[in-house]
Design a protein around this ligand. Structure first.
Ligand SMILES: [Zn+2]
Length: 595
């Protein structure tokens, strides 16, 4: 993120008006963000508006839902503004019209996704029995989404958050959508993208009377179960997915344009790209930020760190929340400390976690439930971040080397790179990801991406699409890229963390962040979790190496921890270089280096 060009905004002073900054473009939006900002995630605004002021929030990133009336959202926006919030999102849920709206409108009920047998789809995580999966290719469903965007902007929002941003694309994994609108749209797409000869080879003689639904029926695909079982190998299925992705991308672009027309200036777009898995990134190129569900519970070492690193590679900030199932476990077991570690982790990686006072939780055993934390649960982290904002703002990850993310290889269920990233964190290697996209993810490797990097390594042999192979091969010829086992001297990129017996502590991660005019900081994150819900096992007498080639000269180190007074540590000079001993680590500590 670039903050150095931050601009001052003149706010209008009309009494009662909610005046938020008019943003010029994506860069201007990023200029309004600081790493230490406190970010809210309302969906249930009254709880946030009543409770959030002591946290000094700056951003409402998920946003106010149209389930609230425009007048009430305007009032809430005024209250947020009075707290110092200057970026407020309107939340538009792309998946269902909600049971309240559906109950009032037969047209919306009819605009649901249909499976191959013609039955309506119900999202498996909605257990009210009255919510259907709306089809984003149907006119009535689109009309109410457009209205929600207009309403959100009129209520004073200056960001747009799309939840379930893939609409009907996501329904394909659940047996949809074979409604008439989708069939008609697919025919149109086929006519424009597939030659008559190719169609004929697939058994499609003409498109005027063609129905993909009937075509699959003729192949014996009659039920939702048939379709899901055979989906991967059905003819025209890849083309069908391409059509669905193209359709939603066009519609998301239309909604963004509509928001900007109603707001009168640039409206940054946020999407909830579940775990940042490859299939969720089909319209990431349209998004300015991820306001995102990321699985945390039980996968703290793998999922959130990978998502944060990938978001860095895509150049977009993450405002995170955990998945519904994780919140349900937290709710059931009252694991406050675990939540604080999640919050800390987001800041350690240079992103933010969204604070909520009424958090949706769901697991198959308990169904829908609500996690309703008090402000005391959040305060130790927000106080720490706010009081030490100079340790966060304008710092970026120290990354002398990079791992290559190849979207093609990551499409397998294995997601092999995620395991690799976790291993590098366990070794406290300092690195970043470089993303090579494919026909879904639009990001492309560029020759200049090598700047500042000693080496780029990859773990797979898959082809890189769209001339990206040539970029990588040029780096390889220059001796700056190759397989990971060819990474020269990995020790040079490591900040070793050891116990008092000098044994490595892979459960404590060291992540250095650098600033263009201040010495680096090194975050220590305790990733040793006890699945029974106890706080992480604290560590004492941890030695942290501070290698000069990575971190520069160090004369003193200040140790900062939540709810503890800051102390200065002695820097010990050893044959391996400078090191410090941290007397005790609970879940998070920051070492502030001094020259
Ligand atoms: Zn449909």
């Amino acid at each position: 993120m670039l903050f150095k060009f931050a601009v001052s905004i003149a706010y209008a002073t009309l009494p009662g008006a909610v005046v938020l900054p008019a943003l010029a473009d994506e860069i201007d939006f990023k200029n309004h963000l600081q790493h230490a900002d406190v970010v809210l995630m309302p969906g249930w605004e009254n709880q946030n508006v009543g409770n959030a002021a002591p946290l000094h929030p700056k951003i409402v990133a998920w946003g106010e839902d149209a389930v609230w009336g425009t007048a009430e959202r305007k009032r809430n926006a005024q209250k947020y503004r009075a707290m110092g919030v200057n970026l407020i999102a309107a939340n538009v849920w792309m998946l269902t019209a909600t049971k309240e709206k559906l109950a009032q409108s037969q047209a919306l009920q009819d605009a649901s996704c249909r499976d191959i047998a013609g039955d309506k789809l119900i999202p498996p995580w909605l257990d009210d029995g009255q919510s259907y999966w709306g089809c984003t290719n149907q006119a009535a469903f689109r009309a109410q989404l457009r209205q929600r965007v207009r309403d959100g902007m009129l209520a004073g929002a200056n960001l747009l958050h799309l939840d379930d941003h893939l609409g009907t694309v996501a329904a394909t994994a659940h047996g949809g959508c074979f409604c008439d609108a989708c069939m008609e749209g697919f025919n149109h797409w086929l006519a424009q993208n597939i030659s008559p000869a190719q169609l004929k080879a697939l058994g499609v003689r003409e498109l005027v009377h063609f129905s993909y639904r009937d075509y699959l029926h003729d192949l014996g695909v009659k039920t939702r179960a048939d379709y899901l079982a055979r989906q991967a190998n059905l003819p025209l299925q890849q083309e069908y997915l391409q059509f669905q992705r193209a359709a939603i991308n066009d519609f998301v672009q239309e909604l963004k344009t509509l928001a900007e027309k109603n707001h009168g200036s640039y409206v940054p777009l946020g999407i909830n790209a579940w775990n940042l898995v490859p299939s969720q990134l089909a319209n990431a190129h349209l998004a300015d930020y991820f306001s995102n569900e990321i699985k945390h519970y039980g996968v703290e070492a793998s999922h959130p760190p990978f998502a944060y690193k990938l978001a860095d590679a895509l150049g977009k900030p993450v405002f995170a929340t955990a998945a519904g199932e994780g919140w349900s476990h937290i709710n059931h077991r009252k694991q406050t400390q675990r939540v604080r570690q999640w919050l800390a982790m987001s800041y350690v990686f240079g992103h933010q976690f969204m604070y909520a006072f009424k958090q949706w939780a769901f697991d198959p055993e308990r169904g829908t439930n609500w996690y309703e934390p008090t402000i005391e649960e959040y305060a130790p982290v927000t106080d720490f971040v706010t009081q030490h904002s100079d340790l966060f703002n304008d710092y970026e990850a120290l990354a002398p080397v990079a791992l290559l993310y190849n979207a093609v290889a990551e499409r397998s269920d294995e997601q092999p790179l995620r395991r690799y990233v976790e291993q590098w964190h366990r070794e406290s290697l300092q690195f970043r990801l470089l993303a090579a996209g494919d026909n879904v993810l639009k990001t492309r490797l560029k020759p200049g991406d090598i700047a500042g990097l000693a080496f780029v390594c990859r773990i797979d042999n898959s082809e890189l699409v769209n001339q990206q192979n040539a970029v990588f091969e040029a780096w390889q010829k220059a001796g700056k890229a190759g397989k990971c086992d060819a990474l020269p001297q990995p020790e040079n990129y490591r900040i070793a963390v050891r116990d008092r017996n000098q044994k490595d502590l892979p459960g404590v991660w060291a992540l250095a962040r650098v600033h263009n005019s201040r010495p680096p900081v090194v975050h220590l994150l305790n990733q040793n979790f006890d699945d029974r819900g106890a706080p992480q096992q604290p560590h004492s007498e941890i030695t942290v190496a501070l290698p000069s080639p990575l971190l520069g000269r160090v004369s003193a180190v200040h140790l900062h921890r939540p709810q503890r007074s800051s102390v200065t540590l002695n820097v010990l000079t050893t044959p391996q270089g400078p090191q410090v001993t941290v007397p005790e680590l609970e879940y998070w500590a920051v070492l502030q280096l001094q020259r």
